[in-house]
Design a binder for this molecule. Structure first.
Ligand code: GLA
Length: 357
């Protein structure tokens, strides 16, 4: 059985999925494929290294990529959907650590292939849930639900407005192209910054509730009010979450009427909020976003968990190729290397890859 799932880019709505806010991601045209056959015990090979590795879903996590497969097996087992053993092979064109959700692509593709091996077809929402449990509960990454959801539910030519508090989703047409520019700076999601921000958001929510605010989640805090009663760094985190929530809804509306310039303006604002209030950017990303703005792009921002990874650029399709070359040249003058850049349209989500012939 073979299945594949895409990486994703988040247009806007960063660090709000674990705060109950809306996100607006779409699938990119780079995917991870997983082939699964029945086996004794579990073994896996990947085109990224040259070994066939045995792994034990009942054993401790080992800190490698097969942890995600072990996590998927466990999450499927809880539902009675996992095969007793499997031989798996993975191949991917999603860059690892580039902020494009390579791990969700792997987990979703593996869940699709392994469930199919046992003769089960999961709905998109079930697939997303299995992959999220694998990453969150089993591997122990404190991620939100955006990445698995878009990898499972994406449709070609559509961005997905996903309200994380209610689970309501809406497919919005996105017929343009996006350019992705890799800062070359790598983060590890499980590392400090992300978990620290999550803890700060939890702390801020507890303090606001203690001060009498009736908030179901942090994204419900009104954007126009600065939470003066909080310590300054927590007030800035809340300001980001609240303003990002309203920017994302505004961007979804603008996208609905095909107004990409407004989407772009909101992307710049989102980046500045991520940079100053959430303190989750990096210098290379700030340089790229500022240069993109000077060069006339409609919008640009760091996408994904932050502290490195990929800057997404929205620009007029005709002038974009030239603009991206200039952007690369400006970056190269400062950092002495040309950042990788590629274009994508909104792609499709997880699917079975049928054998041909
Ligand atoms: C990572 C997480 C997501 C989300 C983003 C930030 O990609 O996996 O759940 O929190 O960071 O928006």
């Amino acid at each position: 059985m073979a299945a594949s799932a895409p990486g994703r880019v988040n247009l806007i709505g960063e660090h709000v999925d674990y705060n109950g806010g809306p996100v607006l991601p779409m699938a990119v045209a780079r995917r991870t494929a997983v082939v699964a056959g029945l086996g004794h015990g579990f073994q896996a090979a990947s085109t990224r290294d040259d070994v066939v590795d045995r792994f034990d879903p009942d054993g401790p996590m080992r800190g490698g990529w097969t942890d995600f497969l072990a996590g998927v097996v466990r999450a499927l087992r809880r539902r009675g959907l996992a095969p007793a053993g499997a031989a798996l092979a993975a191949a991917s064109t999603v860059p690892v650590g580039g902020g494009l959700s390579s791990s969700a692509a792997l987990a979703v593709a593996a869940a699709r292939a392994l469930a199919a091996l046992g003769g089960h077809a999961l709905t998109g929402a079930e697939l997303a849930r299995v992959a999220w449990e694998a990453e969150h509960d089993e591997v122990g990454v404190r991620c939100g639900t955006m990445d698995q959801t878009i990898a499972a539910l994406a449709q070609p030519g559509k961005a997905l407005l996903y309200e994380t508090a209610t689970g309501v989703t809406r497919q919005l047409p996105f017929r343009g192209k996006l350019w992705l520019v890799d800062t070359g700076v790598r983060h590890r999601l499980a590392d400090g910054g992300y978990n620290q921000r999550r803890a700060e958001c939890d702390e801020a929510l507890a303090l606001l509730r203690g001060a009498g605010w009736e908030l179901p989640h942090l994204a419900a805090y009104p954007p126009a009010r600065l939470p003066a009663s909080l310590p300054p760094h927590l007030a800035r985190r809340v300001a980001h979450v609240a303003t990002e929530t309203s920017r994302t809804r505004a961007a979804a509306e603008a996208l609905g009427r095909g107004d990409l310039r407004t989407v772009g303006k909101l992307m710049y604002e989102s980046h500045r909020s991520l940079q100053h209030d959430y303190a989750a950017s990096c210098e290379e990303a700030d340089v790229l976003v500022e240069s993109a703005e000077r060069l006339g792009a409609w919008g640009a921002r760091l996408t994904g968990a932050g502290w490195g990874g990929t800057v997404v650029v929205l620009a007029d399709e005709r002038s974009a190729p030239r603009l991206i070359l200039d952007l690369q040249a400006q970056f190269a003058r400062i950092y002495g290397r040309v950042p990788e850049a590629w274009a994508t349209r909104a792609s499709g989500g997880a699917k079975r890859e049928a054998a041909r012939g």
